[in-house]
Each structure stands twice: as structure tokens, then as C-alpha cells.
Design a protein around this ligand. Structure first.
Ligand code: HEC
Length: 123
């Protein structure tokens, strides 16, 4: 009986984790080191990639003064927690032919944490 209770509790905890993963912005700052070569957080500062300032709620491919790929501009995506997460997990799979040369984040925790960090730093 005890085993069953433990198993149920575990399933509930895991289930909840997946549904509403809360990232850790401090851990996300470390993940951001992988993005930093190409992305700035300051408004209007484009590097190899566009500035990520104000990314939440913005249409894909709309950052001022950056030459996006046709694939990105034509994707019809609006960036929010879910679309950014899907893109970062598999950039090429989510938006085929986009030109971000990044293989993707393999760990779900890294994705959750970077999103928490971006929310804190880009709004
Ligand atoms: C090697 C350089 C490079 C790295 C590393 C990189 N990016 Fe990018 N990123 C780009 C480029 C270039 C684009 C534009 C892609 C296009 O136009 O097809 C882009 C686009 C994006 C966009 C969409 C921007 C918009 O305004 O539509 C987001 C969000 C993004 N990157 C987040 C990240 C995050 C978060 C990381 C780190 C986990 C990261 N990128 C790592 C180069 C990079």
C-alpha cells in the first residue's frame, strides 16, 4: 500500500512539473552564456543574431534593423513561453531554414531556466 501512495505522489509531482515548469532565472543566466556570442539584451543592439529585448509578445523576425531569414519572417510565430521553448529545443525543426546556427537545448531544465531569465531581462 505504501508503495502505491509513493508512486501516486511521484506521478502527481512529475505531472505538475511538466504542466507548469517554473524556471530559475539565476540558473538561466548560465544557460544564456550559450546565446551571448550572438544575442544582446539591450534594445536595438544586434549582433550575429537580433537583440532579444522585448522578445515576449513580438512577432518572429520583427526586431528593428536586423536582416532575418525569409523562414523566420514568414513563420507567423509570435514569441511567448511556449514558442520560444519549442524553438530553443529544436531551432531547425521548429522553423526549417531559419539561420540561427544553434543546435538547440537538450535539457528541459535549461529551457525552463533560460525562459525565466529572458523574462526577467528582456521585458
Ligand atoms: C551562432 C549565433 C546564435 C546563437 C549561439 C544563438 N542564436 Fe538565436 N538567433 C541567431 C540568429 C542569426 C537569429 C535569426 C534567425 C533567422 O533570421 O532565421 C536568431 C534568432 C533568435 C530568436 C528569434 C528572434 C526574433 O526576433 O524573431 C530567438 C528568440 C533566439 N534567437 C534566442 C536564442 C537563445 C535564447 C539562444 C541561446 C540558448 C540563442 N538564440 C543562441 C543566432 C544565434
Amino acid at each position: 500500500m505504501k508503495k502505491l501512495i509513493v508512486a501516486t505522489a511521484l506521478a502527481l509531482t512529475l505531472g505538475m512539473g511538466a504542466a507548469q515548469a517554473e524556471g530559475d532565472a539565476t540558473a538561466g543566466a548560465k544557460v544564456y552564456k550559450k546565446c551571448k556570442v550572438c544575442h544582446a539584451l539591450e534594445p536595438g543592439k544586434n549582433k550575429v543574431g537580433p537583440s532579444l529585448h522585448g522578445i515576449f509578445g513580438r512577432a518572429a523576425g520583427a526586431a528593428d534593423g536586423f536582416r532575418f531569414s525569409k523562414a523566420m519572417k514568414g513563420s507567423g510565430i509570435t514569441w511567448d513561453e511556449e514558442t520560444i521553448a519549442a524553438y530553443l529545443k529544436d531551432p531547425r525543426g521548429y522553423i526549417p531554414k531559419n539561420k540561427m546556427a544553434f543546435p538547440g537545448l537538450k535539457k528541459q531544465a535549461d529551457v525552463d531556466n533560460i525562459i525565466a531569465y529572458l523574462k526577467q531581462e528582456t521585458m
